[in-house]
Design a protein around this ligand. Structure first.
Ligand code: PGA
Length: 238
């Protein structure tokens, strides 16, 4: 894993945006996997601004949303689909037919997951991931195997608590669906994004600890093209 450490959040955003845009220009028809959550928001804001001023286009790209909570109302602002729409999709020129999202409102979520995995086809070109404070990536919770498929998952208590920051209602999600680690590890390139002091402990464990399934993000360390983007606050324990 290549560690890219920045002395401020502003330089973290600046470099992540420049590199992302360079990748998309090199390969305009990239198959992207993008996360919801708070971590990528300043990056998405920057990408949206660049699309608005005509410096960037997603017109040929395909986007696979990383994960989705189950059991939330269709219009809950905390659904991953809602967050991605609000912060990115409403502001970019990705054709609707190029967007893939995990439909956890469907009656047969297992079938949705199987089809989603198949729709990734030859694989993802560039995968961006946040890191949960428990080391999860997507909703691949601690204990997830490296070859795990896209699937329905039970959330760990810490992930359910973390969802309180996003959802509207009092009822927090206890399950979800996620692209599995196998597809993530097959991605040509992976960016793990972390910023802020709340991620300092898990970043330390990720970088210094063993590679094992108790911290699923650590399984990405041996990927030849995996970059960890951390700002000074997230890097404070290194
Ligand atoms: P966050 O979530 O970006 O809101 O911190 C990351 C995650 O839990 O995967």
């Amino acid at each position: 894993m290549n560690v890219l450490r920045f002395d401020s959040e502003a330089s973290w955003v600046q470099t992540a945006a420049e590199l992302f845009e360079a990748r998309l220009r090199e390969r305009p028809d990239s198959r992207l996997c993008l996360p919801a959550g708070n971590t990528p928001l300043p990056l998405y804001q920057r990408l949206a601004e660049d699309v608005r001023r005509g410096a960037l286009t997603f017109a040929q790209a395909t986007l696979f949303s990383l994960d989705e909570y189950g059991g939330l109302a269709p219009d809950d602002p905390g659904r991953c689909a809602s967050m991605l729409r609000r912060h990115l999709l409403d502001h970019i020129d990705l054709p609707a037919a190029h967007l893939h999202q995990l439909d956890t409102l469907a009656s047969d979520v297992d079938e949705v997951c199987r089809r989603y995995d198949a729709s990734i086809g030859a694989g993802l070109d560039l995968t961006l991931l946040g890191i949960g404070r428990n080391g999860h990536v997507g909703l691949n919770e601690p204990g997830s195997a490296a070859d795990s498929a896209t699937r329905r998952v039970a959330l760990h208590a810490q992930s359910t608590e973390a969802a309180a920051a996003y959802v509207r209602g009092a009822a927090l999600p206890t399950w979800g669906a996620t692209i599995g680690l196998r597809r993530l590890l097959e991605s040509r390139e992976i960016w793990l994004l972390a910023r802020g002091a709340a991620k300092a402990h898990i970043v330390e464990r990720l970088v210094r600890g063993p590679v094992d399934a108790s911290v699923p993000a650590s399984l990405l360390r041996e990927h030849p093209r995996c970059w960890l983007f951390i700002d000074d606050a997230a890097a404070s324990r290194l």
